[in-house]
Design a protein around this ligand. Structure first.
Ligand code: C5P
Length: 399
């Protein structure tokens, strides 16, 4: 399945105590669908083993220019990379990159490579604040190198101050963004994701199989493309990325309040949440006893949040809905697009393998009010998120 952006990441690891956190970064990037190859400097291997990275990424991690006879390894690696990140990046590596030194595999590879480069510095406060380091950072920034961190916090030697490496999730977000256009810069995007839980009693609820992955992929993609994203997230085990405002909700009512409160300030709303359609009419205040027999559960409809947004919308807002259908996907989707006054609706097939709830892929069509529909096909969730953001960018226009 073709991916919309490159996904080959070169992860450089240099010799600082934060090198152990680079293993978590490798994991996060791999989990986000990136194809990661690690290159460690000799001093990095004093802190963490190359086998750790081989195991986490599924690719041999490299340490030396000389271990692959018959192959010019730094040239191959440089040419097979869409984005490079060095985490942790020591003061020494910052200096070498500023000067263009090429005295080991990592520096040689990065000198040959000419794509986006992200550096996550990690060093003691004095080293970071040193004039020479700051001058090197300015030089590299002026060449388009992106820095993430360092932040204030505990350092080696029991000290505290600026110089601590940013958290892996934050670095992963910057790597993700480095591969994307900034075509949603400044757009205010409200995304809902996950299921809702409607209480039967204090311990039981009516829910659904939504994992939240689709909405999260959209929130992540929009953030990477420059949007200011607010994510209204139902109960799910997935951790949202750090670079967005997250409002946690449980029920359809809570989701409605969170969305309505923020609607006026949003340019775009993407309702990817699988909001429960029905809820118990009179949830019990205490746990229902098994011995009392099988209860009669009286249900009532939940508020249709998206339909309400469709009624309240103002000119200049863009509304996207999702519809999960088992039958007549396109027909039912088109009816929803019209009845809820939406600009676009992603109609996806559920109830089959490889599509819908919890799956990594979706069989979906994007129905668009202006008639420029995207036909039914199989998508990875990242790819579908990118297509939805393409539509949004078309609407919000050049920025
Ligand atoms: O009508 P249906 O539930 O299939 O519509 C799905 C779309 O409507 C999704 O975008 C979902 O987030 C939204 N929805 C809603 N409030 C509900 C039910 C669904 O906003 N109570």
């Amino acid at each position: 399945m073709p991916e919309p952006y490159g996904r080959r990441v070169l992860l450089g690891v240099t010799g600082g105590i934060a090198a152990y956190k680079a293993a978590l970064l490798a994991r996060l990037l791999s989990d986000a669908g990136m194809d990661v190859t690690a290159v460690l400097t000799a001093s990095a291997t004093r802190f963490v083993g190359s086998d750790t990275f081989s195991a986490l990424t599924g690719h041999r991690a490299h340490v030396s220019l000389w271990n692959t006879p018959g192959e010019i390894i730094h040239v191959r690696l440089a040419h097979q990379t869409d984005v490079a990140v060095v985490a942790p990046c020591t003061a020494n590596m910052v200096a070498k990159l500023a000067l263009g030194l090429a005295d080991d595999l990592l520096t040689s590879t990065l000198l040959e490579y000419d794509g986006p480069l992200v550096l996550a510095p990690a060093m003691h406060s004095g080293m970071w604040g040193a004039d020479v380091t700051q001058a090197n950072v300015t030089t590299l920034s002026s060449r388009g190198v992106r820095f993430v961190g360092p932040v204030d916090g505990p350092l080696a030697h029991g000290d505290t101050g600026p110089g601590r490496m940013s958290e892996p999730a934050e670095i992963a977000d910057v790597v993700f963004a480095a591969l994307r256009p900034r075509d949603l810069d400044g757009a205010r995007v409200l995304v809902t994701a996950g299921p809702t839980h409607e209480p039967i009693d204090p311990v039981r609820f009516i829910g659904n199989r939504s994992s939240g992955k689709m909405g999260l992929a959209i929130a992540r993609e929009a953030t990477a493309r420059g949007a200011a994203v607010t994510l209204v997230l139902g109960p799910t085990t997935i951790a949202p990325p750090p670079a967005m405002e997250v409002v946690h909700v449980e029920t359809a009512d809570e989701m409605r309040s969170a969305v309505i409160d923020r609607f006026a300030a949003a340019d775009v709303v993407v309702m990817a949440a699988a909001v429960a359609d029905f809820r118990p009419k009179a949830p019990h205040e205490s746990k229902m006893k098994k011995e009392a027999g099988i209860p009669d559960l009286m249900l009532e409809p939940t508020p249709d949040i998206l339909a309400e947004l469709g009624e309240r919308r103002r000119a200049g807002q863009f509304l996207v809905g999702f519809a999960a259908e088992t039958d007549d996907v396109e027909e039912a989707g088109r009816a929803k697009l019209r009845s809820k006054h939406l600009d676009a609706l992603v109609a996806n097939t559920v109830g089959r393998d490889g599509t819908g709830f919890g799956s990594e892929t979706n069989q979906a069509t994007i129905l668009v009010a202006d008639g420029r529909d995207v036909p039914m096909r199989a998508w990875s969730k990242a790819e579908l998120a990118s297509a939805v953001c393409d539509l949004v960018a078309r609407f919000t226009g050049p920025r």
